[in-house]
Design a binder for this molecule. Structure first.
Ligand code: ATP
Ligand code: MG
Length: 469
């Protein structure tokens, strides 16, 4: 009996007879040889059937394999530096082969497919090498988030998904029937974490989050995963100190563990290698001045660089000159507005590392953010913007801890006081300065993996026009 092993463990079994169990990724014949690429979840390995060494029916079976058929293969492990695969460098000389289930004609072939076709076949597309690499990196990002927080004194305290009221903005809520009432799917767990810090000091919640995002962008999903650390006795400065350590740890861990996957994704890692504390910190006011200066003073070449112009995206019927003039207009910025994604891109193009922008206008942020002292039109908020055009990956702030001010805000935002009575209680019984932030897992995956669109960063994306499969 040969041992059943994983492809990832081939190196430990050179010269032994082993059994692999998996799926046919690809099969090509060349005279007396049949090369079968087998994937088993842990990797991809080339298995070779050599006609003179095999009973006729085994070789015939090897020649007939269709893509994605499931099978077991027994054979001898050989080291061969040139052998393709992941990790590669080893191949298996086939002795026997058993088909478990012969696959019908597989819809996803190595040729180019349109994105909607691939998303319709997401349940199958997940098997392809690129998607496999992304999911492996995603899993490491998630485990690093948990491990780092657990190791630094943060307690995981789960928050509810069914909630009676808005956490942030009412326009993005999904409503669900809740017995005889209505409930909303959580768009954040933060308000509940503000309760649990008063029991545990430093906490985090980590789970799916739901936002009925009406716009179709490459950064927004209707269902995404968010980790939200919340800390008692934390200032905005302490929050930024912690975030830069946390994000650097996540990037560092992926670089350490996933060179192979980053290679599969053809990710240029030069910017990722530079991610280490401290990150630049700029005030919103300064960011607005910078953008307007870029708008008036940049050369056309500079505008192209700032907005990551790609000639492939030149709209039909437009000259480059016309298009660059349009792009330049996107840099203009009025104080008081939130940044659009071109603003974020242009700001981050000036730095090599992720950038903090802090003290946003109060009016564009949520009701619970602490005003800047003596300047209530600005608030103690901070977003972290990722380089290379990825934009916001975290959003956070100091929270209002004065009872009366918070009560006033709830009224100003036309929220129902009775829904927030418990939240106000937190300010009646031992409120303290506190702060926290949310980091979007898929935004982080898209950035680290270098993805064009967030839909590939989650196994089954939910967007305005997609709920299938
Ligand atoms: P944006 O301005 O990009 O819509 P936001 O200000 O609504 O973001 P926050 O409410 O601060 O975002 O949420 C915290 C983090 O959650 C964001 O920094 C981002 O990483 C992530 N996030 C927010 N909305 C989405 C979404 N629709 N899909 C995926 N991730 C999201
Ligand atoms: Mg939003």
């Amino acid at each position: 009996m040969s041992t059943i092993i994983s492809i990832a463990d081939l190196a430990k079994h050179v010269g032994e007879e082993v059994t692999l169990r998996g799926w046919v990724y690809d099969s090509t014949g060349k005279g007396k040889l049949q090369f079968i690429k087998v994937r088993d979840g842990s990797g991809i390995c080339q298995c070779v059937a050599f006609k003179p060494d095999l009973p006729e029916e085994v070789f015939a079976a090897a020649q007939k394999l269709s893509q994605e058929s499931s099978l077991t293969i027994t054979g001898m492990v050989k080291e061969d530096k040139r052998a393709p695969g992941y990790p590669g460098g080893y191949e298996v000389a086939i002795k026997t082969l058993t088909v478990i289930s012969a696959a019908g004609e597989y819809p996803i072939s190595p040729k180019e497919h349109g994105i909607e076709f691939l998303m319709d076949n997401r349940h199958l597309w997940l098997r392809s090498t690129r998607q496999w690499a992304i999911m492996r990196i995603r899993a490491t990002i998630v485990s690093t988030i948990r491990n780092w927080l657990d190791d630094h004194g943060y307690l995981l305290v789960d928050t509810p998904i069914l909630t009676p009221a808005a956490g942030e903005s009412t326009s993005e809520l999904f409503e669900v029937k809740y017995f005889d009432d209505m409930a909303y799917l959580a768009q954040t767990g933060q308000l509940y974490s503000e309760a649990t810090i008063l029991a545990h000091g430093k906490v985090y919640c980590f789970g799916p989050t739901f936002r009925s995002e009406k716009s179709k962008t490459r950064r927004h999903l209707a269902e995404f995963w968010m980790v939200e650390p919340e800390m008692a006795f934390f200032s905005l400065e302490a929050l930024m100190d912690m975030e830069e350590q946390f994000v650097s740890a996540i990037v560092g861990r992926v670089l350490e563990k996933h060179r192979m996957e980053l290679n599969i994704l053809e990710r240029d890692t030069s910017f990722l290698e530079k991610v280490s504390a401290p990150f630049p910190r700029i005030n919103y006011d300064e960011a607005v001045v910078r953008l307007n200066k870029l708008y008036t003073e940049s050369s056309d070449e500079e505008v192209k660089r700032l907005l990551r112009y790609d000639p492939a995206n030149l709209p039909e019927g437009k000259t480059e000159g016309e298009y660059v003039r349009e792009l330049r207009e996107l840099l203009k910025m009025d104080w008081g507005n939130d940044f659009g994604s071109p603003h974020e891109t242009a700001l981050t193009q000036q730095f090599e590392k992720p950038v903090f922008v802090y003290h946003y206008p109060t009016a564009v942020k949520a009701f619970y953010m602490q005003p800047v002292e003596g300047r209530p039109e600005s608030c103690r908020s901070v977003d972290l913007l990722a380089p290379e055009g990825y934009g916001e990956i975290t959003g956070g702030s100091e929270r209002i801890y004065d009872h009366d001010l918070l009560e006033q805000r709830i009224a100003d935002y036309k929220l129902e006081r009775k829904n927030y009575a418990w939240y106000l209680d937190l300010r009646r019984f031992g409120g303290v300065p506190h702060a926290g932030f949310g980091l979007g897992v898929e935004r982080t995956v898209a950035w680290i993996c270098g993805l064009q669109h967030i839909r590939e960063a989650i196994p089954f994306a939910r967007t305005m026009n997609r709920l299938y499969p």
